[in-house]
Ligand binder design. Structure first.
Ligand SMILES: [Mg+2]
Length: 171
């Protein structure tokens, strides 16, 4: 049960994920969350560092799809300027949007990683489909109102996983 929430990897920031390493692992596509994964939940646009990262990813021939539970207005106004396809109102951890992204990118499950900042939506959703999941530290220490409840649950799950020796990353 707890294993459902356990990410395959954990990194400080999405910028720490190296395009070269992804290629070495045979990864051809990224499904990424938006809020507090790519930028702060209340920042409308990508930062210059993130734009560089997107560029490096695309140059390696890796596809990206932003899959967000947020609204069409929020997700499209972030994604369109950086020319990245997106799915809004995704209802993660439900599988539908993840499957949609896989079929849009025409990739197999083993060719894709899921990146996100939440155990209850991003990691659970990716794990349920057997996708490789990477948890990032939230970009901002604050959250939108709907996320705050999930964070309490997340702290509980993380504490249990630590007690059971399931996670080894540093804080
Ligand atoms: Mg998020």
């Amino acid at each position: 049960m707890l294993k459902q929430f356990l990410p395959n990897e954990h990194v400080k920031s999405i910028l720490d994920i190296s395009p070269e390493k992804l290629v070495e692992k045979g990864i051809k596509g990224i499904i990424t969350d938006l809020d507090n994964t790519l930028v702060e939940w209340d920042r409308p646009e990508a930062t210059p560092e993130l734009i560089q990262w997107f560029k490096a990813i695309k140059e390696k021939g890796i596809l990206i799809t932003i899959v967000s539970n947020n609204t069409q207005a929020r997700v499209s106004s972030f994604s369109n300027p950086v020319e990245i396809p997106f799915i809004y109102s995704a209802r993660k951890p439900m599988s539908r949007a993840f499957k949609q992204a896989l079929s849009d990118m025409k990739l197999k499950r083993e060719e894709v990683v899921v990146i996100g900042d939440q155990l209850l939506t991003d990691v659970l959703g990716g794990n349920r489909l057997g996708l490789h999941t990477i948890l990032v530290v939230p970009v901002a220490s604050t959250d939108g109102i709907w996320t705050r409840f999930n964070r309490q649950m997340e702290r509980f799950l993380l504490a249990r996983m630590k007690r059971k020796g399931m996670i080894h990353w540093e804080e």
